[in-house]
Design a binder for this molecule. Structure first.
Ligand SMILES: [Mg+2]
Ligand SMILES: [Zn+2]
Length: 418
């Protein structure tokens, strides 16, 4: 792959006619749209994808695929049987394209049954490959049931641990290592992995993009179709697959961005912490928000007006450096009010998700307190702990995804892991 030229990126959607479990699965309608259309439309909407092809031997599928905006790879019958693995199908697709004069560098493998896939998922997976130069990137999801706690029943009908010693070593849920499973939502692999190494996926230079477990469905029988339709209609929305969503960073304010001894509200006390500007500048491709608990208002130590003045002063300081904070969410309530906006409650995160079309799973919360990390965990965001006023980390019973010495280090971590 020539580093200096933009790689050619082609989606391949494998869709044969025969299918077990559900007859004509690939063209069965879900919310008045054939299953295969969800993959085609998501791919066509993904800005990093240059071409969207459906590989099929079936003329009816080809007709429908064209109608929804895909081009067709005519797959031979012998590559359309039940037992044929993915590799020869992808190999054939590449050879077919190259004969037609399209020379893909990167292939995006999109299985039609994985319909809870947005164009952002496709872009994010490709972007990860471009950023890391991995040979393969696959979407994975966190598995709830850890293999360390699984059992097998042996020939003598004795119940035994699946992994010897697992339950002893990981005697508490918190100790369990996170385990992931390939979701099949988006698999991206380089042409040379397939054509030169003769593999679907690289074994060595292989990375993962973690996606939400809720996006993973099995479409094996008629009931599954009904469930998928229900989820699209009532949870994700029928146009979920075409929806692009953005990544954002939610900052705590006090002792994370500005110095804070306790109840900071006077402009003359405003002082940004070291490396805040450097860090925010590095993250210029993200949207920025602040979520702040200001119980000093509810306790009567200062007013909402005081806080707004202070915040405007801070926003102006940021603007001087070309840094834009999209919105500040603040909870003015004292803790005993038991409001639903005080961190670690997620009301403001959910509000921002809707208001700004965010992809919360790929958002970060950065703060200096346990409440900030809990906020992230409660909303399935990623979390970074910074030391209080740049000095020491708060004692924590819950682990953040990362502990960063300062905001510049936090920024470097985010860029490396995105
Ligand atoms: Mg704080
Ligand atoms: Zn509140």
């Amino acid at each position: 792959m020539d580093k200096n030229k933009k790689p050619i990126i082609v989606s391949i959607i494998p869709a044969r006619g025969g299918s077990k479990g559900i007859i004509n699965k690939n063209i069965r309608e879900i919310c008045n749209k054939p299953l295969i259309a969800y993959s085609i439309e998501a791919s066509n909407k993904a800005s990093l994808v240059d071409y969207t092809f459906v590989s099929t031997e079936n003329s009816e599928i080809a007709e429908i695929a064209k109608r929804y905006g895909a081009e067709i790879i005519n797959r031979p019958i012998e590559l359309s049987e039940d037992h044929v693995p993915d590799l020869p199908v992808l190999k054939h697709a590449i050879e077919y394209l190259e004969i037609k004069g399209i020379f893909p560098d990167i292939l995006v493998w999109l299985r039609p049954p994985n319909l809870f896939r947005s164009c952002s998922d496709i872009n994010n997976t490709i972007q990860k490959m471009l950023d890391t130069n991995a040979d393969t990137v696959r979407t994975v999801h966190l598995v709830k049931e850890s293999p360390y706690w699984m059992q097998i029943i042996d020939e003598e009908k004795i119940l035994k641990p699946f992994i010897e010693g697992g339950e002893i070593k990981y005697y508490q849920r918190q100790l369990l290592p996170k385990v992931y499973k390939a979701s099949g939502i988006v698999d991206v692999t380089k042409r040379d992995v397939v054509m030169k190494q003769g593999k679907l996926f690289s074994k060595e230079n292989h990375r993962a993009l973690v996606i939400d477990r809720a996006q993973v469905v099995d479409l094996d029988n008629e009931d599954d179709l009904l469930v998928a339709e229900y989820i699209l209609k009532n949870v994700l929305g029928e146009n979920f697959h075409q929806k692009s969503s953005k990544k954002a960073i939610f900052f705590d304010r006090d002792a994370t961005l500005n110095e804070d001894e306790k109840y900071t509200y006077k402009i003359e006390d405003f002082k940004l912490l070291p490396k805040v500007i450097e860090g925010l500048k590095k993250l210029k491709n993200f949207d920025f928000f602040i979520i702040s608990n200001q119980s000093g208002i509810g306790r009567g130590y200062y007013t909402l007006k005081d806080v707004e003045k202070f915040n405007n002063h801070m926003l102006n300081e940021f603007k001087k450096h070309g840094i834009n904070i999209k919105k500040i969410y603040l909870c003015p309530h004292a803790p005993e009010k038991n409001c639903d906006c005080r961190k670690p409650k997620t009301k403001f995160l959910k509000q921002a998700e809707k208001e700004f079309n965010l992809d919360l799973n790929n958002c970060y919360v950065i703060g200096n307190r346990e409440t900030d990390i809990l906020l992230a965990k409660n909303a399935d965001c990623k979390s970074i702990l910074v030391p209080t006023n740049g000095k020491e980390f708060d004692l924590m019973s819950i682990n953040p995804d990362y502990r960063a010495e300062d905001l510049e280090k936090a920024a470097e971590y985010i860029l490396k892991n995105n």
